[in-house]
Design a protein around this ligand. Structure first.
Ligand code: ADP
Ligand code: ZN
Length: 600
């Protein structure tokens, strides 16, 4: 057998026996092959793409210990526990451990009995750690969240700049850098500072095919959210992003009153509360986190089934990253956002106030507004941010599922603009619509607006249709809020062309979005066995002091329900059941299945 074939077979064999997965995803096989052979590599993959295996498998293929640098202690702990569950010898060094614990890990390293050592970056640059490394055989260096080396990014870590010097001291040891941040600048910085020009670059598709993106209109946000959760995600874990701290707390309380498990999370909570809420989110099933964007990096719970937004994210990239926390395990998940005219006014106001802010921030917000009102498949726009081409028609976004109707609203739009002008460019949407529709209420009469030429020129549309047009005019930048005003609207430079009939305006016809029937997962979750398996997993996890998903992922439990194995051999064939887990949990799992079958 040629050597390279043997190599590939060995990697696949490890994937199947140790991790229990049938085949590699995306570019995993190529990346593993390169690193196992001693090349350095940069792996750009989306969240949930499967970055960890790209260094874990080469670590098992090469002699010595793989050194993994990761900035997130909670994430390291998870990884080490997951690996130990799979029978892989992994340990970690971080400031959060006891001294004895650290000594034990150092001893194991010296003995050469560790396959992987996870180290916090500030720990790696200490001379004590460097001393240990000099004495050891190192299989490879893996640098996770490698974008932390970029000084221009959000997650810059100064210690990452020093990692380059450390790895330089081991010129023959291959390095792999991994990140989900894919822009050109960051990519170049990673190569220059951590890898060197010889590194091979692997770019995976950033399309999260298991996420269904839906954006709808707000009318009663809390009730809409509740209906969405109750019909589509009862008992599921999810994140609801809100713009303010207060809102996260109010919403969590409200959901609790409705009988759901919900907690708030924001930077204003005490460190203990934040820690406790995060731990509960990771360890308990079906908890809903109402959070500000402070709840972000390092949330690698694999079975977050939905991410909901009740406020508009700052940019399309932010929307992609935030929604990307759903479905790391690859199972169907939902990104769900609702917005209304008030949200658009708020964003526009922000744009008005931040005139002196940088142009990039402004154009990002502007693009986000355009994205909300976009009429075609959402994926080409999302992936455009990663310079990735998507042909559209994904079938899994609101616009593909229910193609919006558009109509030529140029005439009514001009009427609305001239009404804004005639009333003096200082009234809000409600009043403008009243004047257009010829409503002689107290305010209209008091202001004498019933005498205006635009009074009653809009009887052909109802109130909600007019509000929809005004919302879209705002989103497209034809009108904007008066600065520091009390909700008044005024014309912009851009509206001139529309008023002069030099351009036209196509508007979406708004439809009411109702909660959808959940996707195929429900059948599993309705099975009584599902609850039993989860209970079994929960108890086992508690006994061992690890999160449930470290024992088995939801996906594996579902595969067990499908397969209903009645022997260890059959169980060993199930997705996510590796050799070690089969040995550790096989018997007790078969017992749960057996009890289930006799109770029917
Ligand atoms: P990332 O770090 O890229 O966000 P992870 O490495 O945590 O992603 O992997 C995400 C999930 O996908 C993990 O639960 C992992 O076990 C699973 N996974 C990775 N590769 C495969 C594969 N080839 N087959 C099945 N599951 C996989
Ligand atoms: Zn689509």
């Amino acid at each position: 057998m040629p050597a390279d074939v043997a190599h590939a077979e060995r990697a696949l064999n490890l994937l199947q026996t140790v991790f229990g997965y049938p085949n590699f995803r995306g570019q995993q096989a190529q990346i593993i092959d390169a690193v196992a052979r001693g090349s350095s590599a940069l792996a750009l993959m989306p969240t949930g793409g499967g970055k960890s295996l790209c260094y874990q498998i080469p670590a098992l293929m090469r002699d010595g210990t793989a050194v993994v640098v990761s900035p997130l202690i909670a994430l390291m702990r998870d990884q080490v526990e997951t690996l130990n569950q799979c029978g892989v010898r992994a340990g970690m060094l971080s400031a959060s451990q006891s001294v004895e614990n650290q000594r034990a890990v150092e001893a194991a390293l010296a003995e050469g009995s560790l396959d992987l050592l996870y180290v916090a970056p500030e720990r790696l640059v200490q001379s004590r750690t460097r001393h240990w490394l000099d004495q050891s055989k190192i299989a490879l260096f893996a640098i996770d969240e490698a974008h932390c080396v970029s000084q221009w990014g959000h997650d810059f870590r100064p210690e990452y700049l020093r990692l380059g010097d450390i790895v330089e001291r081991f010129p023959t040891v291959p390095r792999i850098a991994l990140t989900a941040t894919a822009d050109e600048t960051t990519r170049h910085e990673i190569i220059e500072r951590l890898l060197g020009p010889q590194a091979q670059v692997f770019v995976d598709s950033f399309d999260r095919t298991n996420i269904r993106y839906r954006i709808g209109l707000k009318h009663n946000p809390k009730a809409q959210l509740l209906a969405f959760i109750q019909t589509e995600h009862p008992h599921d874990a999810g994140i609801v992003y809100c713009a303010s701290r207060k809102k996260t707390e109010q919403l969590a309380q409200w959901l609790q009153n409705k009988g759901l498990k919900a907690l708030p999370y924001h930077a204003g909570l005490s460190a203990e509360a934040r820690h406790e809420h995060q731990a509960r989110f990771l360890n308990e099933d079906g908890l809903i986190m109402c959070a500000t964007i402070a709840f972000g990096m390092g949330i690698d719970k694999p079975n977050v089934r939905f991410v909901a937004h009740l406020d508009v994210p700052r940019s399309i990239e932010a929307y992609y990253q935030e929604t990307g926390r759903a479905g790391r395990d690859g199972a169907p998940s939902d990104a769900w956002l609702i917005y209304g005219i008030q949200d658009i006014i708020q964003v526009r106001r922000l744009l008005g106030e931040s005139l002196n802010n940088n142009a990039q921030d402004r154009s990002r917000l502007e693009a986000m507004l355009g994205f909300l009102e976009h009429c075609n498949c959402r994926r080409p726009v999302l992936l455009g941010y990663f310079n990735e081409h998507h042909p559209g028609h994904c079938g899994q976004c609101d616009n593909c599922l229910h193609p919006p109707q558009t109509w030529d609203a140029t005439e009514p739009a001009r009427k609305a603009l001239s009404c804004v002008f005639r009333t003096g460019q200082r009234f809000g949407a409600g009043h403008i619509v009243d004047v257009l529709r010829g409503v002689s209420n107290e305010r209209v009469l008091r202001l004498g607006h019933d005498k205006l030429s635009t009074f009653g020129i809009g009887l052909e549309l109802d109130q909600s249709q007019w509000l929809s047009i005004i919302r879209q005019l705002l989103a497209k930048g034809h009108i904007e809020p008066v600065p520091e005003g009390s909700g008044g609207l005024r014309l912009t430079e851009q509206s001139r062309a529309l008023l002069k009939n030099e351009t036209t305006l196509a508007c979406r016809i708004d439809t009411v979005t109702r909660a959808k029937k959940p996707r195929q997962r429900v059948t599993h979750h309705e099975d009584p066995l599902w609850a039993r398996l989860r209970q079994w997993r929960y108890e086992l996890a508690r006994e061992q002091g690890v999160p449930p998903y470290v024992i088995f992922h939801d996906k594996t439990l579902e595969a067990i329900i499908d397969a209903r194995p009645d022997s260890l051999e059959q169980l060993g064939q199930v997705h996510g059941v590796g050799r070690h887990k089969l040995k550790a949990h096989g018997e007790s799992l078969l017992e749960v299945l057996w009890r289930d079958s006799v109770s029917h």
